[in-house]
Design a protein. Structure first.
Lengths: 255, 351, 265
């Protein structure tokens, strides 16, 4: 259903927008969401709404020949609507690092940029391998991720971000948790004595009762950038590198 | 019929069907014991195992003021996580239950709950606004929630003024309208907020006792004061339940009692919601259950509701934080799951 | 003991105009009149639930308006028209509420309270359902319990708004007989609003006829329950003669004529 070389592409997620720009397809993008803020050129594109409730009329008005959505935005019904109007949709659904790479491949295929996609993926794979080899064998610090402060919410074992923590050479306290974003017991965090704590940007400082953790006492509490660590796009590898540097400063020098 | 009588012989018949001081003391003692037992259990269990010996040392140290021979983690878990949480559960459960009982008497409606006049949605608006705009202010959310509650109470009260004061029907109507209006604002703000903040505010909205106990002391004193104020009007409330004009004729200062109780009940609800979010079910069902078992005399219903509400929330919270540890379930769901069947059982037993 | 002077009251329209009358100790005043005449409003003003625009109510020479609520409540026992109650208070608890004005702010009922309540319930023949919730009683039974509550504090003035509306004839008679006994045996006075003209005639010491907020007549029943006056006020045909038993006025209704019915004029 997709034309061989789509010229009018609408992106419905920031991660997709970043991927498209990374594949040098900026010129072929006709619509993005209001959350798409990277690279800066993305902000100049026509907006079709936000990631959670994009406007069908705006999309249709742009006469796209390809729309790329991400299931992270929970748009199943919306995607079906687009289908009914005859607009070709690809749903990208990366659950982990490998998923990001294959999504880049797939988007490359759909947009006839397989060459660039392959190059990009090789570069990304290289950087990932570099990190993984450097941290292999090093002791894994215990890591806790704070996504929500009150109540305390963290990321479960099956989430993307846990995958990143593992690859960056850390041991996530919540890696056994099956739920994706569970409300977590403060007691357990205290008892586990995390050595590094990451707090989602925007949440306030560390909760009072975690001030006695090894992480707090050694100043290894970091805020992380939503845009980098929670978007399943090419910059996720930047996030991996940044996290690895924080987890193993002795291996990465003062980067 | 003549106007003479023999007091001794018939006192037995008329005098037994009411609440006496003795009955009150017995009932409250039993309930207090229940709360204490549940509190002990709650302090002992959790997602992490802490030995009874360590717990005892920490408690003794807390009382004597010296330091305990335990690891810092054990100390934090018991003294700073579990103990405050137990207190919060009891205080919030008690506040909501008493407020529910008070509203039910004031509005002459056994189905009123403490949120009927809009306190919870007002608090929610405040909480969401502070989360979105002023996240970095310490105790910003509880403060904003409380302010939201107070503003809403005032607005509803003003709206509820009719030609001759605040008739209950008018007040309820004002409450329903305000609730609806504020709910749509809440939903609007929730859809406008971005993903991560949304998660946290959602959990708060359903009710959460795991929060920081920074304001707990203040809230406890506040709630106790409110309950005392309401209790001092318990007898007047009994009369009010039979009708405002009737109560006036019997000597109740109706206007004063209504305003006092309304304010006290709303403020303690606001305080509870400010620190723990909107926990449903407790405020409606506990007073009801107490009435089923002990009759409608508010001199019993109010203190008994306070203790029973505290017990229920304590039990529910303990289950919520241990059953799938280290993950925590939502307190509102658990309190309904525990309280619902108990309530149904009571209902069937008495009918 | 009750002196009402120059009472004016309006909602959006005038309801009571320049009403003045007196009741002495031991009197049973019955207030009669068509619907909308202002009878309930008058009672509420006497109890203190409503404030008149002008005029005064004196109880034992003391102004009702300047009395604290509790004091007024000790002097007056009130039974409102058609109460509904949604809470299952027992009859005993309900009647004990009548002792509120006598009690301290916080605390429980004293032996004296219980004794008085028991007495009240015996007198009203409600002692039989002392432990039953008032929500389970019939309308008539509830009405008697409400009367018991009103007399539990031994008030100086009983104010009853249609106290026999839901009672069967036996209980109608018993209730008014009780009220009459209370007023004649003790120093209690009573004002009763009722639609039962014959009952009024039989038990009242004084009658007050009210129409559209104005006092049409006030005095002995034989004077007030006069055929011409009643027909005028109620705008319907009535026959008034004397009861063969007591000599009190007997009001007989006159149904509009029907072709097959005989009339004995």
């Amino acid at each position: 259903m997709v034309t061989a070389r789509p010229e009018r592409i609408v992106s419905l997620a920031p991660s997709v927008t970043e991927t498209l720009f990374a594949l040098e397809l900026g010129g072929r993008i006709v619509g993005v969401t209001s959350f798409c803020d990277y690279p800066p050129e993305a902000k100049l594109k026509e907006k079709v709404g936000d990631t959670m409730r994009p406007s069908i009329e705006s999309i249709v008005a742009l006469k796209p020949d390809l729309v790329i959505a991400s299931t992270a935005s929970q748009l199943e019904q919306f995607v079906r609507n687009l289908d009914q109007v005859g607009i070709p949709v690809y749903v990208s659904n990366p659950q982990n690092m490998n998923g990001v790479l294959s999504s880049i491949d797939r988007i490359g295929e759909l947009t006839d940029t397989t060459g660039r996609a392959r190059e990009l993926n090789e570069e990304l794979r290289g950087r990932i391998r570099a990190v993984e080899t450097r941290v292999a064998g090093a002791a894994r610090p215990r890591v806790f991720l704070i996504l929500g402060r009150e109540p305390l919410i963290t990321a479960g074992g099956g989430t993307f971000i846990n995958d990143i923590i593992a690859r960056a050479g850390g041991q996530s306290i919540s890696s056994n948790e099956k739920a994706d974003y569970p409300q977590y017991s403060l007691e357990t965090v205290v008892a586990q004595r995390p050595e590094v704590i990451f707090i989602q940007d925007g949440e306030r400082e560390l909760p009072d009762r975690l001030q006695q953790t090894p992480a707090a006492r050694e100043g290894r509490v970091y805020h992380f950038d939503d845009g980098v660590l929670l978007r399943p796009g090419p910059r996720i590898v930047d996030g991996l590198e940044q996290m690895a540097a924080k987890l193993h400063p002795e291996l990465f020098g003062r980067e | 019929m003549n106007a003479t009588f023999t007091p001794r012989a018939v006192k037995h018949t008329a005098g037994d069907n009411r609440v006496t001081l003795a009955q009150l003391v017995v009932a409250l003692t039993l309930l207090a014991l229940l709360v204490i037992v549940l509190a002990v259990i709650a302090i002992t269990v959790g997602s992490e195992h802490v030995s009874l010996a360590a717990i005892t040392k920490i408690i003794i140290a807390g009382i004597t003021g010296r330091s305990a021979d335990v690891t810092p983690e054990q100390h934090i878990i018991i003294a700073e996580i579990r103990l405050p949480r137990v207190l919060m559960a009891v205080v919030v459960g008690g506040a909501l239950s008493v407020a529910g009982a008070a509203y039910q008497a004031l509005l002459r409606n056994p189905l009123a709950d403490p949120y009927i006049l809009g306190v919870s949605t007002g608090a929610a608006v405040g909480a969401i606004v502070s989360t979105v705009f002023a996240e970095s202010i310490p105790v910003g959310r509880p403060l904003a929630a409380f302010i939201g509650a107070v503003l809403t109470i005032t607005a509803v009260y003003a709206l509820g003024q009719g030609r001759r004061g605040e008739a209950s029907e008018r007040l309820i109507l004002a409450g329903v309208i305000t609730n609806t209006f504020l709910s749509s604002i809440v939903i609007f703000m929730l859809t406008a907020a971005s993903g991560s903040r949304l998660r946290s505010i959602f959990s708060w909205l359903i009710g959460d006792l795991s929060g920081e106990p920074r304001l707990l002391g203040l809230v406890t004193v506040f709630v106790l004061a409110g309950i005392v104020v309401i209790y001092m009007n318990a007898r007047a409330l009994n009369l009010l339940m039979t009708g405002e004009e009737e109560a006036l004729a019997l000597g109740v200062e109706v206007r004063r009692v209504k305003i006092t109780v309304y304010l006290a009940a709303s403020l303690i609800t606001g305080a509870a919601v400010a620190v723990s979010g909107v926990i449903g079910f407790v405020g409606l069902v506990i007073p009801h259950a107490i009435r089923l078992v002990g009759g409608s005399d508010n001199r019993l219903v109010i203190p008994a509701s306070a203790l029973a509400g505290g017990a229920l929330l304590l039990a529910a919270d303990t289950v919520a934080r241990t059953i799938i540890a280290p993950r925590e379930l939502h307190i509102g769901v658990i309190s309904a799951l525990i309280g619902g069947p108990v309530f149904i059982y009571l209902l069937r037993r008495t009918s | 003991m009750l002196k009402v002077s120059g009472i004016h009251f309006s909602y959006s329209q005038p309801v009571l105009r320049d009403l003045s009358f007196e009741i002495g100790n031991g009197e049973l005043l019955v207030v009669i009149g068509p619907n909308g005449a202002g009878k309930s409003t008058l009672l509420k003003i006497i109890v203190g639930i409503l404030s008149p625009e002008s005029g005064s109510v004196l109880l034992d020479d003391r102004n009702l308006a300047s009395m604290p609520r509790r004091e007024a409540a000790r002097l007056i026992g009130y039974v409102a028209q058609g109460s509904s109650i949604r809470f299952p208070l027992t009859a005993t608890e309900f009647v004990l509420q009548g002792r509120f004005a006598q009690q301290r702010l916080i605390g429980f009922e004293s032996d004296e309270d219980v004794t008085e309540a028991t007495r009240a319930m015996e007198l009203t023949d409600t002692i039989g359902f002392a432990d039953r919730p008032v929500t389970e009683l019939s309308g008539g039974e509830r009405q008697r319990v409400m009367l018991a509550r009103a007399i539990a504090s031994r008030p100086r003035l009983l104010v009853l708004d249609e106290p026999v509306a839901n009672l069967d004839i036996s209980h109608q008679i018993k209730m008014l007989d009780l009220v009459r006994n209370l007023t004649s045996d003790t120093a209690m006075s009573a004002i009763v609003v009722t639609h039962e003209l014959n009952l009024a005639a039989e038990f009242a010491t004084t009658a007050l006829l009210l129409k559209a907020g104005e006092m049409m007549a006030c005095g002995a029943p034989s004077v007030v329950l006069n055929e011409g006056l009643l027909q005028n006020v109620f705008e319907t045909e009535l026959l008034v003669d004397a009861s063969p038993i007591s000599g009190a006025p007997r009001i007989t209704l006159v149904a509009p004529s029907q072709p097959n019915r005989e009339r004995n004029v």
